[in-house]
Design a protein around this ligand. Structure first.
Ligand code: VG1
Ligand code: CO
Length: 556
């Protein structure tokens, strides 16, 4: 194969965000834009370098994926990469890719996804690099990729015919191997080792009236869900919907929350479905929703941690520690306290959990953004969380028949109290006004700190305020400016940060939390319970004054 060196010019703004480089498809389609980024990524590899490395490639199947994969194949060949392991038709859910990297001892992976962002020619595409532990590249690597993009003046590519991605087989060309693999098989095997599939199947047999509905939102998990729910767990085909992956996700947001998974929510309510669940475009997020019982992701990870002993995987490994991202509610901290476990608070983004898992200090963790997972892989895992809930329901029912999502939640609140939590998103705000608002908040917590601490807003008095900074306990690396935290004397909390995954303008995220140990409040509506603190958050941030927005685009 002839390697050609192509001269190019660097592009500005190829800085990976919370989870890879995400931009409009049209941006990736610019001349050499994608090529530059792939070259910069391969150049960031060291020990081993890209030369002779083995890489896993796959993604959520969104628009532009197949073009990108053919480019990756040719540029990998141009850089003398040893082997690519590619999911059939380019499909690999993010958790399946993480598993494959680990199982096949690959040196890393290139994941083509923009997660829950819409797809199609006018929407988003994304490229993310994962390292050999199967997790998202740490900041040291993503910073290096960014530095490389700024001086990318050439890339290496081989001319070769298109590889047929639709057939599982091995291609060998001139010492370069391309293996097209079944996208689902290894992942299903992994889940069967983790959970008690027999107990779950038995539960469904004993409770024929317990109905479930899984919504793939036309993202990547369709084929995984069909195999697991229908073939393995024996549920009827009517228990799954929207399970054909589509390049544009059927024109909607493949985002499992109350706003974008509304069809699931409506069906659960109308048809009295006991257990509803959905996952996002690339399969790493999940939502658990039962009749009259929405499980916030912060509660979900706490419930899983509280019941983890029923899951065979944790019976084997023990529970080493728990963790959450900073804006996530402290519900899981209370579980850690009761069980005498370590609990970590890391910045937003799954990459911060990896070191703790590799060091054997973390088993179960989650983010408020519908991300839940464990150290079985190094990504959050939507289907894992859903099966974890089913495993827990099956186990709880052996002792207490008739326990569904609502009963399990209520019992959790009775044991631990309830952390009311909500997130308001203001999407596509003008960047300049968002930055001004952040500057205003930084001023409050820095220059005017002495006035601000101790100040009262209605029933709330400011106890502490800072811009979250994290020191990784394993490698000592420091990550600054991860979100403004305002903590009140009663333990309630406001967090404000800017999103790092948007492709357009700025997205402001406002997180509020309030803890209650008053049993008469456990059944209360989240938005009502949080109204006073949301008002205070808006007052302190002057959000409307800066952005002109009088309401959020999404509430979760
Ligand atoms: C968001 C979430 C964060 C999550 C990230 C990637 O980031 O808040 O918790 O890890 O998306 O999730 P940000 O910077 O926009 O707040 V996914 O499913 O896009 O890989
Ligand atoms: Co995702």
């Amino acid at each position: 194969m002839q390697v050609r060196c192509i001269t190019t010019t660097p592009y500005e703004g190829q800085k990976p965000g919370t989870s890879g480089l995400r931009k409009r498809v049209k941006v990736f389609q610019q001349e050499n834009y994608t090529q530059n980024f792939i070259q910069a990524t391969l150049d960031a590899m060291s020990s081993p370098s890209a030369k002779e490395a083995t890489l896993v490639v796959g993604g959520d199947g969104r628009y532009f994926s197949t073009e990108a994969i053919q480019l990756i194949i040719r540029i990998a060949a141009g850089n003398r990469v040893g082997k690519l392991i590619i999911g059939k038709n380019g499909i690999l859910s993010t958790p399946a890719a993480s598993n494959l990297i680990r199982k096949r001892k690959a040196d890393g992976g290139i994941l083509l996804t923009a997660s829950h962002n819409p797809g199609g020619p006018d929407n988003d595409f994304g490229i993310k690099f994962n390292v050999s532990n199967g997790g998202p590249a740490p900041e040291s690597v993503t910073n290096l990729i960014y530095e490389n993009t700024k001086k990318c003046n050439e890339y290496y590519i081989c001319d070769m015919p298109e590889i047929d991605l639709s057939k599982t087989r091995v291609h060998t060309i001139d010492g370069f191997t391309i293996e097209i693999v079944n996208s689902v098989e290894d992942y299903v095997q992994l889940l069967k080792e983790i959970f008690d599939f027999e107990q779950i199947t038995q539960f469904f047999k004993n409770n024929p009236n317990f109905t479930i509905l899984f919504d793939g939102l036309h993202g990547v998990t369709g084929p995984y869900a069909e195999r697991i729910f229908v073939e393995e767990l024996g549920l009827s085909r009517s228990s799954i919907q929207n399970c054909t992956p589509l390049p544009d996700f059927g024109g909607s947001h493949p985002d499992p929350n109350l706003t974008y998974a509304h069809n699931l929510v409506e069906r659960v309510e109308r048809e009295n479905i006991n257990f509803g669940a959905a996952s996002d475009g690339d399969g790493d997020r999940n939502m658990i929703y039962g009749k009259n019982a929405f499980v916030t992701p912060s509660d979900s990870v706490a419930v899983i941690a509280a019941h983890a002993e029923v899951i065979p995987y944790f019976q084997k490994t023990g529970i080493k520690g728990l963790a959450r991202s900073m804006p996530t509610s402290a519900a899981i901290d209370l579980v850690a306290k009761k069980k005498g476990l370590e609990v970590f608070e890391v910045p937003t983004g799954w990459k911060f959990f990896g070191n703790l898992m590799d060091a054997g200090r973390l088993s179960i963790c989650g983010e408020e953004s519908f991300g839940t997972g464990s150290d079985h892989i190094r990504e959050k895992d939507g289907i894992w969380a859903i099966i974890a809930w089913l495993n827990i329901i099956a186990a709880v029912n052996e002792k207490k028949p008739g326990s569904g999502i609502k009963e399990i939640l209520l019992e959790h609140y009775q044991t631990y109290g309830r952390n009311f939590f909500s997130r308001y998103d203001y999407e596509e705000v003008e960047s300049e006004s968002a930055n001004k608002m952040v500057a205003h908040l930084r001023h409050l917590i820095n220059a005017s700190k002495n006035d601000f601490i101790g100040k009262s807003f209605g029933q709330f008095t400011v106890k502490e305020a800072d811009d979250f900074e994290y020191k990784d306990p394993i490698d000592g690396s420091i990550t600054k400016n991860q979100g403004i935290r305002i903590i009140f004397t009663d333990g309630s909390r406001i967090v404000i940060r800017l999103s790092g995954t948007g492709s357009h303008g700025a997205t402001i995220r406002l997180y509020v939390e309030k803890y209650s140990q008053n049993a008469s409040e456990y059944g209360a509506d989240t938005q009502e319970a949080l109204k006073p603190i949301i008002d205070v958050a808006l007052q302190i941030s002057k959000l409307q004054e800066f952005t002109g927005r009088d309401k959020p685009t999404v509430i979760t």
